[in-house]
Design a binder for this molecule. Sequence first.
Ligand code: CMC
Length: 430
Amino acid sequence: MTEKAKIILPDGQSFDFPVLTGSEHEKGIDISSLRKLTGYITLDPGFVNTGSCESSITFLDGEKGVLRYRGYPIEELAEKSSFIEVAYLLINGELPKKDQLENFTNRINLNSMIHEDMRHFFEGFSQNSHPMVILSAMISSLSAYYAEASGKASIENLEINSARLIAKISTIAAFSHKKSVGQPFVYPRDELSYSANFLNMMFSVPAESYELDPVIEQSLELLLILHADHEQNCSTSTVRVVGSSMANVYASVSSGILALWGPLHGGANQQVVEMLQQIHEDKAGISKYIEKAKNQDSSFRLMGFGHRVYKNFDPRAKILKVACDKLLNKLGTNDPLLEIALELEETALTDDYFIERKLYPTLDFYTGIMYRAIGIPLNMFTVMFALGRVPGWIAQWKEMHEDPKQKIARPRQLFTGHTRRSYTTITERH
Ligand code: CMC
C-alpha cells in the first residue's frame, strides 16, 4: 500500500499526498497536486527542501559523505576509471564494454575541432574577458553550426551532440586561454587522452616541444572525474530548467556554465586561491580571516568551506587532499598558499563556529592548489570545473527529456507586493 502524508489546512480540511521512497530509502512527499486540490503552494526559497525530479544518475548522502555515480562509489571511480569512461557511465547508465568505450572515444576525438569560422569569434572578445564568458558564448554558438541541433531540443541527436560538447569544450577552453596570453591556438590531437590533449592545447607552443608529465595528466583525469556530476546543484538545475523549455542542449549547457561561474558555486575554486593569496600578502595571519568569517556583520566567508548538502565531509575533498599532497611532492612544489590552506583547515575544523554550522572544506578548497601546481592560470579554474561537469549536465538533460513526468519548469511565488491601485499621472506623484 502506498504510504501517505497528511496536510491539515488552517480550516481543518485534511488532504493525503503520496509518499515516494527512493532506492536509498530517502523519502519524498509528492505535493504536485497540492495547489490544484487546496489552492495552497509550498514556499521553499533556494529549494533547500524541494525535489525537482526523480533521478537515477548520482546519489549523494551529505550526512554520511557518500557520493556515487550510477551506483559506483566515487572513491572506486577515482582510483580505477578514466574521465571518458565516467562520462559514458553517467550518460548511458552502465560502464562501457571495450568496443563501446572505443566507439565513444572515437566519436569524441572525431569532433574535437571547432569550425574554423569560430576561431574568429575569439578576436571579438577583449583581452580581459573572463574565460567563463567566452566559454558560455562559444558553447551557445555551437547551435548555430549544427542544423539538427538548432532550435528546439532533440533527444534523437543527443549522441552526436554529446560527443561534440565533450570534445569541443576542451578545445574552446584551451583556445580561450591561448587568446588571453596572446599565443597561437594549438589544435587538438586525437591520439592523446582527453586530459593529455587538453594539456597539450593549453601549454604547447610552436617554438618548442612540450613534454607531457604523466603525473599531471593523472591528476587532471582525477579532477575531471570528481567534478563530473553532483545531482541537482545550481548549474545542473539551470541546465534542466533551460532544457525544460525545449531549448537545445548547447543552449542549456551554455546557461549552466554561467550559473557555475558564480562565486558561491563553481567560481569558489578561483575565490579560494584569491583568498589564500590575500592572506599570504596581508601577513596578518589566518586568525584575522577566521574572525572576519565568523563576524555576522561582515559578508566575508571562508571560500571553499560549507556546502548545501555535505554536512559532515565532502568525499571528493577527502580524495583530493591525498592527491594534492602526492602531486606537490612529485612536482617538488613548495607552495606557501598550501601551508596557509592547511593552517586554515585545521583552525576552522576545531572552531565552534564552523563545527556548529557543519562547515567543512569542500573540493574547491583543494582544486585551486592542484590547478596552480599544474600551471592552470587562476581565471581558468572555473573553466576546469565546467570541463569536468559537462558529462553530468548532458546526462541530466537526457534524463529529463526521457522522463514522461517532466514539465516545463515554472515555480510559483507568494506575492507580497501592492494590491490593486490606480495609475497616477506624473504631476500627482509625491
Ligand atoms: N564561511 C563562514 N560562514 C559560513 C560559510 C563560510 N564559508 N558558509 C556558511 N556559513 C554560515 C552562514 O553565515 C550561516 O550562518 P548563520 O546560521 O549564523 O546565519 C550558516 O553558516 C549557514 O549558511 P547558509 O549560507 O545558510 O548555507 P547554504 O547551504 O545556503 O550555503 C554555501 C552553502 C556553499 C553557499 C555556503 O556555505 C558558502 O557561501 N560557502 C562559501 C562559498 C563556497 O565555498 N562555495 C562552494 C560550494 S561547493 C562547490 C559547488 O558545489 O558548487
